[in-house]
Design a protein around this ligand. Structure first.
Ligand code: 5AD
Ligand code: SF4
Length: 486
């Protein structure tokens, strides 16, 4: 079916695009329930995920909730009874992309209807939150619109939609959605592999003037120590060896420890390090202002905390940082990096950059280049500023022309790429621990991650997936390293 192919192709294109909070993914997930009166038949769900790692995690949790309702996963949209788009609003014409995708889905829905099959369509995530009712107005084929803070009510929303109602559920819940989500069982967690995400914090109170997150994800909320520990333990019980703690401002996480004191992320990492069988911990994304002493100490003291830190600075000019409401200077950031490197000399740094924020001059941009030269990131994401409706940046009248943004981005990315290659080349000859994650492209190969998050290709047996082995890096590939077992 032509429209089907287009949808799958579009999904793959999206998967190739990366963004600051991590690699974008497109994943299909599942669900199913018996139809009234008829012989029980399994309903299937196809989930397409856009954007950051938190959306990947959210898609998994939504799928878990649907599994409990009897749904199953399908990788083929033509096979689905429910098609769910988990959307991202952080940059570019996100809403428009969703509407054009919905145009393609409409054709599919009509084609399936001709065969007597019903396809329910749901839009979740940050575009759902930002657009709400407007989505149903512009794309009447949509049955359910559900926000990132309300997706624990997805099964009920779908049940209502099956009775013919158009459901828009984006009101921020005061209740804790995590408490209302079903616990994933061992089987569903196992499908997540040896490295899993765990959301510990959500939302943001920082209000950077370019960013839509405080409006779509709401204000900062931390999950409790107990909830996090329980979820981490069940991930490990299902075979997970590495956990990446997620939060829009993950290092602003705080909670009450068993000792009755207020804990920060450093203390939380220390606790999680005590879980037997959990070998590696990572966290993302951090704000420079929330990088406290205890967290830096965790990098110094805890072997399980990987020597990798994503610490976006966005720009190198104090004038631009101020206009962005980042509330620190370039010098503050550089001093912080010095302290982190003193605690953990082999740490790999990663960052996010925005070029062409309104009012950014050539001289401002030169200061970004200088900062990058000083830090020498192992890896980084960089973007042209894109005005987000409703944010203070979008209302400014001194926008930078597109061609200037493009030129600045090209220059910055060339430099960042050069540093990334240097970092990778420096790894050649080193013996490192490698967590084997999945089969490689060639038979007999496995792909793992280095402590610095680089993909590493090595000859090993499929039965070794989940093992941490010693390898010696022999050469670099385009975006990966090659290694021999030692
Ligand atoms: N324009 C361009 N980039 C943006 N980011 C966030 N908002 C915008 C925007 N309006 C980038 C920031 C952030 C990353 C996740 O996305 O660099 O750290
Ligand atoms: Fe957005 Fe700034 Fe909050 Fe990060 S800290 S989510 S960039 S507002």
């Amino acid at each position: 079916m032509k429209q089907m192919q287009t949808l799958t192709q579009a999904a793959h294109t999206q998967a190739a695009h990366t963004q600051g909070h991590g690699q974008a993914h497109e994943k299909a997930s599942e669900t199913g329930a018996p139809k009234d009166g008829a012989a029980p038949r399994t309903r299937k769900v196809f989930v397409k995920t856009y954007g950051c790692q938190m959306n990947v995690y959210d898609s998994e949790r939504m799928s878990d909730a649907l599994f409990k309702d009897g749904y199953q996963k399908t990788d083929n949209p033509e096979d689905a009874d429910l098609l769910l788009l988990n959307t991202c609003h952080i940059r570019e014409k996100a809403a428009e992309k969703v509407y054009s995708e919905l145009g393609r889905i409409r054709q599919l829905k009509e084609a399936l209807a001709e065969q007597g099959r019903e396809l329910m369509v749901g839009v979740a995530g940050c575009v759902a939150q930002a657009e709400g009712q407007e989505i149903i107005r512009r794309a009447p084929i949509v049955d359910v619109v559900i926000g990132p803070q309300t997706y624990h009510r997805l099964p009920q929303a779908i049940a209502r939609a099956r009775l013919g109602e158009k459901v828009v559920d984006t009101d921020y819940a005061v209740e804790d959605k995590f408490e209302h989500l079903p616990k994933a069982d061992k089987k569903t967690i196992s499908s997540r592999g040896v490295s899993a995400f765990l959301t510990v914090q959500e939302g943001c109170d920082k209000f950077c003037t370019f960013c839509v997150v405080p409006y779509t994800r709401g204000s900062e909320v931390s999950r409790s120590v107990q909830q996090i520990e329980r979820e981490a333990q069940s991930l490990v019980d299902a075979g997970v060896r590495e956990i990446t703690l997620l939060g829009q401002n993950v290092n602003a996480w705080h909670g009450h420890g068993a000792d009755g004191r207020e804990w920060g992320l450093g203390e939380l990492l220390r606790l999680l390090c005590g879980i037997d069988g959990l070998e590696r911990l990572r966290y993302t994304t951090s704000h420079p202002r929330d990088m406290d002493e205890a967290l830096i100490d965790a990098h110094r003291d805890l072997d399980k905390v990987m020597p990798y830190l994503h610490l976006p600075v966005q720009a190198g000019s104090d004038r631009v940082l101020k206009a962005m409401n980042r509330r620190h200077t370039a010098q503050d950031y550089l001093r912080l990096i010095e302290r982190i490197r003193a605690a953990r000399p082999d740490i790999a740094l990663s960052g996010d950059f925005i070029v062409g924020f309104p009012g950014e001059t050539d001289a401002d941009f030169e200061e970004t280049i200088q900062l990058v030269e000083k830090v020498r990131y192992a890896q980084a994401f960089s973007f042209k500023y894109s005005p987000r409706p409703g944010t203070p940046g979008a209302d400014r009248d001194d926008h930078v022309p597109e061609d200037i943004k493009a030129k600045r981005l090209e220059r910055l990315q060339k430099l960042l790429r050069q540093h990334q290659v240097e970092f990778a080349e420096n790894c050649i000859g080193k013996t490192i621990d490698l967590l084997l994650e999945k089969p490689g492209r060639e038979p007999g190969q496995l792909i793992g991650r280095s402590p610095w998050l680089q993909p590493v290709i090595v000859d090993a047996k499929p039965s070794q997936i989940g093992d941490i082995i010693k390898v010696r890096i022999t050469r670099t590939g385009t975006n990966s390293l090659y290694a021999d077992c030692v």
